[in-house]
Design a protein around this ligand. Structure first.
Ligand SMILES: [Zn+2]
Length: 214
């Protein structure tokens, strides 16, 4: 069932430790199948180097396990809530990556201090309110606060990223940590200045339209 999506979600999960975004078994990646609407997610508490596509868990949008011998990530209710409320989201990532989570712990969003933030995010990376782990509170707060951003810092917790594919969400998690690290260092040197909003919009448009191979 959903062999290609399981392979992709497994690969996306493996990219988290490869990019130093997670420690031990924390963090998770999921993906949604466009045709069936089913969601594939990492199993709970399994070391990353033991993950295989067959160990991924297939859930229906309400969270029933349709396939998989293992329990799904404890963050599955958050992923499912976001998928149910955002038809455009096909991939989702959660990490406690160090620098981005330091901003979350401090209760600070990440303003557009860098062209890389304008390019990738097109806006400041927002901060969501503290929400309890377990059921749907985190998902509700993500939907309430993420707006048009592909990433959100959840207060006292960590990072959630979304994308139109599994890899887009994983890339966004990598870029979130990258810009958080640079902004952290910049803040040690003094007070950075924000790029003006019209310049942010121009940079983001150029990046979306022109960057990479056509
Ligand atoms: Zn977490």
């Amino acid at each position: 069932m959903l062999a290609e999506l399981k392979r992709l979600v497994c690969e996306g999960n493996m990219l988290l430790p490869h990019n130093n975004l997670v420690t031990w078994t924390s963090g998770n990646v999921s993906g949604r199948d466009a045709e069936s609407g089913l969601v594939v997610i990492k199993p709970s508490g399994v070391p990353y180097d033991e993950l295989t596509p067959e160990k991924m868990v297939v859930l229906d949008p309400q969270g029933s396990i349709l396939e998989g011998a293992l329990q799904p990530s404890v963050d599955a209710p958050t992923h499912l809530y976001v998928y149910r409320h955002r038809a455009d989201v096909m991939g989702m990532v959660h990490t406690h990556s160090t620098f981005a989570t330091a901003f979350a712990a401090a209760g600070r969003s990440i303003p557009v201090y860098l062209t890389a933030i304008a390019d990738e995010f097109g806006q400041a990376i927002p901060l969501g309110a503290y929400a309890q782990i377990g059921e749907e509170e985190i998902g509700q707060e993500i939907i309430r606060s993420i707006g048009t951003s592909p990433a959100i810092l959840m207060k006292n917790h960590g990072v959630f990223t979304i994308g139109d594919s599994v890899m887009a969400a994983v890339k966004c998690a990598v870029m979130t940590e990258d810009v958080a690290r640079t902004v952290f260092y910049a803040l040690q040197l003094g007070q950075p200045k924000e790029i003006p909003p019209d310049e942010v919009a121009r940079g983001h448009r150029r990046y979306v339209d022109k960057y990479g191979q056509r």
